[in-house]
Design a binder for this molecule. Structure first.
Ligand SMILES: Nc1nc2c(ncn2[C@@H]2O[C@H](COP(=O)(O)OP(=O)(O)O)[C@@H](O)[C@H]2O)c(=O)[nH]1
Ligand SMILES: [Mg+2]
Length: 481
């Protein structure tokens, strides 16, 4: 699918730089290149030349690079004019390409063409945008892993195993004389279970990749004087919040973006939760509630008391409902989806070392989460001292466990929320398909369920994607990409 119009844009950031590039893609790219450089361009040869305007005046001197379809970024004829990084010069060069028949490229249009011409799949196209916009080394590394296809490979493997399963099931529909007992068929069960296990593992990695890309929002809540502001200062390594023995000091929301154990965190410190006597403090508490509703993680800071010395005490990690009720008393609603980390602060007063507290009732290992119940298990308690800088590493470690983030970044790739949601939907669809197969044994229904699960999954790499989705993805790029 080749476009019959030619697009052009400045591909380098505006401002000053050693090099600035105007990129042109489409059927007129070669002609435009020859007119501007007044020479015959050889494909894939760097050619030094003067770029001239209509009157023959030199706009800039630089390198012209010409790529002939399909061997180019977009899969079309592509011209790259590498001049100097100055916006007046580059603008003139760009205007010249318009005079010669190109039109301004829309945001993401080069990459969109690359996708439409099968140079890359949709997840890779997204990874290009993510690589460009990544704001930490970990995010950049994992975005590049997705860009080169690490994530797409996993999706393709899942699609392949679903194809095998579908082929098998559809054969039994076409040849009913074989009389296969699908619900008890070894191949069906093995393939289905393996695929489900693989989806679970990709989902875990994709969730981690999504966190590396987007970070997590963290709200610090708790009673006045528990040490919330001290914790914010400690985590951010800066004296952001006023720390005081006077209860009710913090009223406005204080924010800090940090990285803890490789996880980008957007921290918010809030007003202490208590029966406020004045209007301003009440407003602070109301806003704290708003933050809790939006947060991925609630750091609930409590002042440690004597129970801390008896670390087995179940009440250090009470059922989550108890925490929800405690917050509800101040009009703060705890979402089922958010992770809760109870922080018993001021352990220094009880000569305790930082540690995790286990409840005898809550024995599920943190990392063993299942799709539906995924977040209910993101709940833990640790003892720290914000004042003495003890237990900060343990907070990082616990968050890594809660969100199944590996320490080594070798296996990670970035993924977007869209990918995580799609994987989860596909997982649900397959679980449902399995249940229905065992309930009814109907091959036709099972085949249809498998088909719909597969179609959903294929949306990740864009094998089946609606125009709306494509529009949404590419319009979020910037121009020249
Ligand atoms: N001993 C001890 N005191 C602390 C600790 N963290 C905070 N504090 C003190 O507790 C008081 C209240 O702290 P602050 O951070 O303002 O609490 P907030 O009201 O929750 O924001 C201050 O006097 C802090 O110095 C800690 O880990 N150990
Ligand atoms: Mg405070």
């Amino acid at each position: 699918m080749h476009s019959n119009d030619t697009i052009a844009a400045i591909a380098t950031p505006s401002g000053r730089g050693g090099i600035g590039v105007v990129r042109v893609s489409g059927p007129s790219a070669g002609l435009i290149g020859e007119k501007i450089s007044s020479s015959t361009l050889q494909a894939r040869h760097a050619q030094l030349c003067d770029f001239t305007d209509a009157s023959g005046r030199t706009i800039d001197r630089g390198i012209a690079l010409y790529f002939v379809a399909p061997h180019s970024y977009t899969g079309e004829d592509v011209l790259e004019l590498q001049g100097h990084g100055n916006s007046f010069v580059l603008d003139e060069l760009l205007q010249r390409t318009f005079e010669l028949g190109a039109r301004p490229a829309r945001p993401g249009e080069f990459t969109e063409r690359a996708f439409l011409n099968d140079k890359i799949d949709l997840a890779q196209a997204e990874a290009i945008a993510d690589t460009i916009s990544s704001n930490s080394r970990a995010a950049a590394r994992s975005a590049v892993a997705s860009l080169v296809g690490r994530f797409s490979e996993k999706i393709d493997q899942l699609l392949d195993s679903l194809t095998q399963l579908r082929t098998y099931v559809e054969a039994t529909i076409d040849f009913p004389e074989e009389e296969l007992d699908l619900p008890n068929d070894d191949f069906v069960n093995k393939q289905l279970n393996e695929t489900l296990a693989n989806i679970q593992s990709v989902l875990k990695q994709a969730s981690a990749g999504n966190i590396i890309r987007d970070g997590l929002s963290v709200v610090i809540v708790g009673a006045p004087n528990a040490g919330k502001s001290s914790l914010l200062n400690r985590l951010s390594g800066e004296d952001i919040a006023i720390v005081s023995e006077t209860a009710g000091t913090t009223r406005d929301m204080l924010r800090s973006d940090i990285e803890l154990g490789g996880i980008p965190l957007r921290l918010v410190d809030t007003a202490g939760l208590r029966e406020a006597s004045n209007e301003i403090e009440r407003e602070g508490i109301r806003r704290a509630g708003e933050q809790v509703a939006k947060a991925d993680i609630i750091l609930f800071v409590k002042s440690a008391d004597n129970r801390i010395s008896n670390a087995k005490a179940d009440d250090l990690l009470p059922p989550r409902d108890v925490i929800a009720e405690e917050l509800a008393r101040f009009g703060v609603e705890l979402d089922n989806d958010s992770a809760v980390l109870l922080l018993y602060n001021k352990i220094d007063l009880f000569s305790q070392k930082p540690r995790q507290y286990q409840s005898s009732e809550l024995q599920q290992p943190l990392e063993d989460y299942k799709s539906a119940a995924v977040n209910t298990e993101r709940y833990a308690a640790i003892g720290i001292s914000a004042l003495k800088d003890q237990g900060i590493g343990l907070i990082a470690q616990t968050l890594q466990e809660m969100f199944a983030l590996q320490q080594d970044n070798e296996t990670t790739f970035t993924a977007r929320q869209r990918h995580v949601d799609t994987l989860r939907n596909c997982q649900h669809a397959l679980v449902k398909a399995k249940e229905q197969l065992h309930a009814s044994g109907a091959a036709e229904l099972f085949a249809e369920d498998l088909r719909s699960a597969q179609m959903q999954l294929a949306e990740i790499t864009g094998r089946f994607s609606s125009d709306d989705l494509l529009g949404e993805i590419f319009s979020s790029f910037c121009i020249g990409k």
